[in-house]
Design a protein around this ligand. Structure first.
Ligand code: NAD
Length: 389
């Protein structure tokens, strides 16, 4: 099943690519501190790491499986689905052996399957915790889709299970591997335009008849657009400012409680306050299409992305007409999964660990509490983790 890496590129190219990708981290940006020739004897590096996709819905079908045809260090090895018809179709399309196809009951048998290195959990939000814990118990590395969990308690339980298993956990934060967002992060954190005083972000879509119903079922989703689309605004503000906020205020939009939105909010507007007095105004909605925008106004200029959060077509601009112009749009999911595969192969930490997922779930809970109570909620006890490139 596993394609030897050297069947697509020579072994030397493979090792060179690995060293280029990882050199900065291993050797502090000054080239490689030690040669990676030890990988030559490493059986894991002899093949692409195998990924099992758990949940074959829209994201797996439309984005992850196609991206796994473009990855260098990992490949689609296995599927987990409750639908026999989908299993048959995927098996045929991606030439997967029957022994690598599981359903939700047989999932735990992946522990006996050496072709699976990474489990990628792509299920409705409330199911992430169960499948991450089961993957940990099966002794596999895990990528878990955003939002990591529907409660802080679940997020902590997932981290503990992965630590106990001694395996790596990352969150499906694809934008950390996307050039426009990476440059926004770097320019903002370096204060290239001065101190950021104000941020603004929005992201949303009009939920309708064709949308997946679990997204408005609170038990499965944990919440509405904030959990789904708003999390990008939250993250964008944190990684552009390079700080975790100290407090949040919020309110639900008026459509909440009507139509589709009986269990989850139709929209929420919230404000993050940072220790230096900076403020971020964010909006998310299932009642309004929004292009997705991230803007920072600083003492000496401004920078913005619009569209900021999509799979492609991202664009940026700044007050100095530099920095964010003409950056490439790449396959974000391929870059994200290849980065995680390299983290495993080189035993280095992921930039998007479970603790980042936990931090964001803590902030999402604070935003909900602020909207429900109408009070400002302190976020000083949130995990103090700053996103880095
Ligand atoms: P989807 O509804 O299209 O797919 C969900 C899959 O889970 C379906 O195949 C469904 O059959 C399966 N499933 C298993 N048990 C289920 C249950 N009890 N109820 C409902 N479905 C069940 O959803 P999606 O858009 O693929 O989203 C899946 C996850 O991926 C979510 O956590 C979402 O937030 C995340 N996601 C991330 C991105 C991103 O850009 N990182 C994009 C889309 C979705």
């Amino acid at each position: 099943m596993s394609t030897p890496v050297h069947s697509r590129a020579s072994r030397r190219d493979f090792l060179r690519t690995l060293s280029l990708g990882a050199g900065a981290t291993l050797a502090g940006g000054a080239g490689l501190a030690q040669p990676l020739s030890w990988l030559a004897g490493n059986p894991v590096a002899e093949r692409k790491l195998g990924v099992a996709l758990v949940g074959l819905g829209n994201y797996s079908t439309g984005q992850l499986a196609p991206a796994l045809q473009q990855t260098t260090f990992c490949q689609l090895a296995s599927i987990v689905t409750g639908s026999p018809a989908k299993a048959a179709q995927w098996q045929k399309q991606y030439k997967l052996p029957t022994g690598n196809c599981y359903d939700y009951k047989t999932f735990d048998r992946i522990t006996d399957n050496p072709a699976i290195d990474i489990v990628y959990v792509v299920l409705p939000n409330a199911l992430h915790a169960e499948y991450v814990v089961r993957a940990a118990q099966a002794g596999k590395h895990v990528i878990c889709e955003k939002p990591m969990a529907t409660s802080v308690a679940d997020a902590r339980r997932m981290i503990a299970a992965m630590e106990k298993a001694g395996k790596k956990l990352s969150i499906g934060y694809r934008l950390h591997f996307e050039p426009h967002n990476q440059v926004m992060m770097r320019l903002g954190q370096k204060q290239a335009y001065g101190t950021i005083k104000h941020l603004a972000a929005d992201n949303g879509f009009k939920f309708g008849a064709g949308s997946t119903p679990w997204r408005v079922n609170k038990q499965l989703s944990g919440g509405g657009p904030l959990m789904d689309m708003g999390i990008y605004c939250l993250q964008g503000c944190l990684y552009t400012k390079g700080q975790v906020p100290i407090a949040v205020t919020a309110h639900f939009t008026p459509e909440t409680g009507t139509g589709y939105f009986k269990e989850v909010e139709a929209g929420v507007n919230w404000q993050l306050r940072f220790a230096d007095g900076a403020v971020a105004d964010c909006r998310t909605s299932y009642a309004e299409n929004m292009q997705g925008r991230l803007r920072a106004d600083a003492t000496n200029g401004w920078l913005e992305l619009e569209p900021a959060f999509g799979y492609g077509g991202l664009a940026g601009r700044t007050s100095k007409n530099d920095g964010l112009l003409n950056l490439p749009n790449i396959n974000q999911q391929a870059a994200q999964m290849d980065d995680f595969a390299q983290c495993i192969l080189l035993n280095k930490p992921t930039r998007v660990p479970g603790e980042m997922g936990l931090r964001d779930v803590q902030l999402l809970e604070a935003i909900y509490r602020a909207a429900e109570t109408g009070q400002s909620v302190s976020t000083k006890d949130v995990v103090q983790l700053i996103d880095r490139m």
